[in-house]
Design a protein around this ligand. Structure first.
Ligand SMILES: Nc1ncnc2c1ncn2[C@@H]1O[C@H](COP(=O)(O)OP(=O)(O)OP(=O)(O)O)[C@@H](O)[C@H]1O
Length: 247
């Protein structure tokens, strides 16, 4: 199996705080990998190192076998890497469809196009496909700010897929989403994963959601991997239970 993403011995310290202390793993094509761990275990720092938002203290990140360490987020975008953020990135005063088009332009790196370009910048068809896929049709022309929080999270996820990414990093997609929307979010993410064979890495606090969504889980504690495997095995692992209870 091809490794789409290879993380090799990534470490990141902030002064005396060793947030990530030598983490290595591979993610294979089409896989949905979950990264969990107690608060402060280094998940966000690791994500930001992978995504070029933070420079790691040491280590290497490879995409499709190519070393991308030190590349900026915009360059990673062009290599087919997309992300969602913990906090919503939707523009409340724009419609659902406009938000999707904007996200597509962002991924293409055309900020000028974003300001001066044609209204749909050739991305209307792609936006409509995403609207259908994420079942947002009845909301397509509503302002995003008028949507429920769960619907906005669905839109946020849909925006990450506008450029047909090969690798998507999702930062707490389920955060603050109610139970009904959670089921639909999980189902849609699994469907788009099957359909596009895109590879996902997900950071998530909601244990039920991450266990149901992912095929494999990595558990971080104090900046190190303490367990890795199928969700059911990870859930039973005494080291994992202790890391959460001891926190
Ligand atoms: N910019 C920074 N400067 C100093 N310390 C930082 C910085 N970012 C993170 N840290 C520290 O690094 C450690 C790991 O933080 P990180 O946010 O990566 O953990 P996390 O697992 O994502 O936590 P959470 O689940 O609460 O989001 C923590 O001790 C945190 O205080």
């Amino acid at each position: 199996m091809t490794a789409v993403l290879e993380v090799r011995d990534i470490a990141k310290s902030f002064g005396g705080v060793h947030a990530v202390q030598g983490v290595s793993f591979d993610v294979h094509e089409g896989e949905i990998l979950g990264i969990i761990g107690p608060n402060g275990s280094g998940k966000s720092t690791l994500f930001n190192c992978i995504l070029g938002q933070l420079a790691p203290t040491r280590g290497e990140v490879r995409i499709d076998g190519r070393n991308v360490s030190g590349k900026r987020p915009s360059e990673l975008n062009r290599l087919g890497i997309s992300r969602t953020f913990q906090l919503l990135q939707v523009f409340p005063q724009l419609t659902v469809r406009e938000n999707l088009i904007l996200a597509g332009q962002e991924h293409k790196g055309s900020r000028l196009g974003r300001l001066f370009g044609a209204r749909d910048a050739g991305l209307g068809a792609a936006a409509d496909r995403m609207i259908d896929f994420f079942r947002l049709g009845h909301l397509a022309h509503e302002n995003a700010g008028g949507l429920s929080y769960g619907q906005q999270k669905l839109l946020d996820a849909a925006m990450a897929f506008m450029a047909g990414p090969r690798l998507v990093l999702l930062d707490e997609p389920a955060g603050g989403v109610n139970l009904t929307m959670l089921a639909s979010l999980k189902e849609r993410l699994q469907a788009i994963n099957r359909e596009t064979r895109a590879t996902f890495v997900v950071i998530e606090h909601n244990m039920e959601f991450v266990m149901a969504l992912c095929s494999r889980i990595i558990v971080l504690a104090e900046g190190r991997i303490i367990a890795e495997g199928e969700p059911a095995a990870v859930r039973r692992d005494p080291k994992v239970i202790e890391a959460y209870l001891g926190h």
